[in-house]
Design a protein around this ligand. Sequence first.
Ligand SMILES: Nc1ncnc2c1ncn2[C@@H]1O[C@H](COP(=O)(O)OP(=O)(O)OP(=O)(O)O)[C@@H](O)[C@H]1O
Length: 610
Amino acid sequence: MVRLMQEKENAENTIASLQQEIQVLSRMHEQYHERKETEARQMEEHLAMRLKEAEFLLMQSEKKVEEIESVSQLKSQLWTRKANIFQSFMDNQKLSIKDIRISSQSIKQEMFALQMKWIDEISSIGRELKGLVDAADNYHKVLAENQKLFNEVQELKGNIRVYCRVRPFLPGQDGKTTIIDYIGENGEILITNPFKQGKDVCRMFKFNKVFNTHASQAEVFSDIQPLIRSVLDGFNVCIFAYGQTGSGKTYTMSGPGTSKEDWGVNYRALNDLFDISLSRRNAFSYEVGVQMVEIYNEQVRDLLSNDIAQKRLGIWSTSQPNGLVVPDASLHPVKSTLDVLQLMEIGQTNRAVGSTALNERSSRSHSILTVHVRGVDLKNGSTSRGCLHLIDLAGSERKNAHVPYRNSKLTQVLQSSLGGQAKTLMFVQINPDTGSYSETISTLKFAERVSGVELGAARSNKEGKDIKELLEQVSSLKDTISRKDMEIDQLLKNKAKSPGSSIDRNDSRQQIRRLSGTGSSEAECEDNMSDDGCSVAGTEYSVGGASEATAERMQKAPSRIARLFHTKNGQPANSKPKPRESALKPPGRTTSTGGSQATGGSLVKPPKRR
Ligand SMILES: Nc1ncnc2c1ncn2[C@@H]1O[C@H](COP(=O)(O)OP(=O)(O)OP(=O)(O)O)[C@@H](O)[C@H]1O
């Protein structure tokens, strides 16, 4: 029993401990269960969230799939369209290539037909060309004939032409009264004396043409164009404006501005010169050179020289064979109007540099632009030389009273262009203001005298082949003569030294010359020269190698010019000079002094003795 009791007790202890264990285990189980539930809940929540996210992502991917599907659909449509376009382009290209092939075939056929036609035409042109060559042979003859006729017309118009231009009143001079009463169609101009009344109040002048105040620059130039043509035909032409200060000389010669409408005679003349030379380029080749000098206080200065402090330039009595009257002034070759304009600008600048008061100086000095033109006839090789003087004169009232015109440097420089060989155009500029009445009348009187002077027919400086040969012969003869002269002098000296000799020097010289057949006697020469009032006996009038006709002209021109300026001094101008010795006078007689003393033109010659 005890044992049983013991066992019972043990069993009861075991049961109690087991119960305790069961309790502990059940508590642990409950805790575990609770924890698992909590975890399961958390997991559930987490899974629910993930589910939502997955659903969202799914939705988005579905959207994207839709988008991609629509884009790819669009792209595929685009590509299909492009493929269609490309296909149609290719089809078109194929068609065009077919067309091109067809047309190239037809062009080839046309070309072949054309070639055949050309061959026919070329052979017929060849025949026509032959005819043209024959006609071209005649062209030169017709051209020469034309030039002759043209010059005859020019001669009929006279080789000194005087155009009068009336300056309008300037802005601000509206109330002023004009002294111009009437301007006629045929060059008449009637001037009223504002200080007189009754009869003799008006005075009529007549010139080749009178331009009224409204005349445009182009109108004024239109009558001058033929003169410019003459320069290219080998004539010397001189254009200048004369008038009191402020009467419009510069306006007429240079123009008031640089626009084409404003261009004065200078620019228009040069433009025409180059235009005409261009139009003749198939028949003639021209070389053009320019000199520009200024005459101030009777000194000649080169306005185109680099050396500003130029020395006084010498003037040649007769122009040299190259046509230069002032050979030491620089000569600049030019090819276009622009070249000349640039040189003129340099000239103006040099004028300004050399002057302290430019305005004062420019209205007291003359500036002379000389354009030298040498032409060669491409067909027969003959040459011509012409020069164009464009002159900006000093104001007429500013001229130095004690320098007579015929002795002035201006007339010496212009000798070859005022003589019988030249064509001269003078613009008489007048101011319509009553205050300028007396100056205007004296200007018009001078111009009237100038327009009455007859210069004779102008001649061109042409040297044909035969003339060239003659010139060569003449120059070799002149050499022979000068050698003989030296021999004669030597012989005479020897004779004079030998005792008992009493030879009349002139007689023996004439005898020897007669024997050698070298022309006129010296006595005759001296007679003629003194009779003509020429105090520069022994002056050489011939240009090296001038023909007889030229020599004759050279003799006449000086006298005419002397008369021109003679009349200016109020003396009669209608007596004709006696013929002088031949121009081919032996150089042994020549005592040419060069510079201003030598006299190729009568511009330095004293008036004829009466
Ligand atoms: N035909 C014209 N029409 C309009 N204005 C003119 C005309 N002629 C001259 N003039 C004007 O008159 C003024 C004087 O002219 P310009 O300078 O040409 O005279 P000038 O005779 O050359 O004088 P100078 O002897 O001082 O050089 C200028 O203002 C010019 O523009």
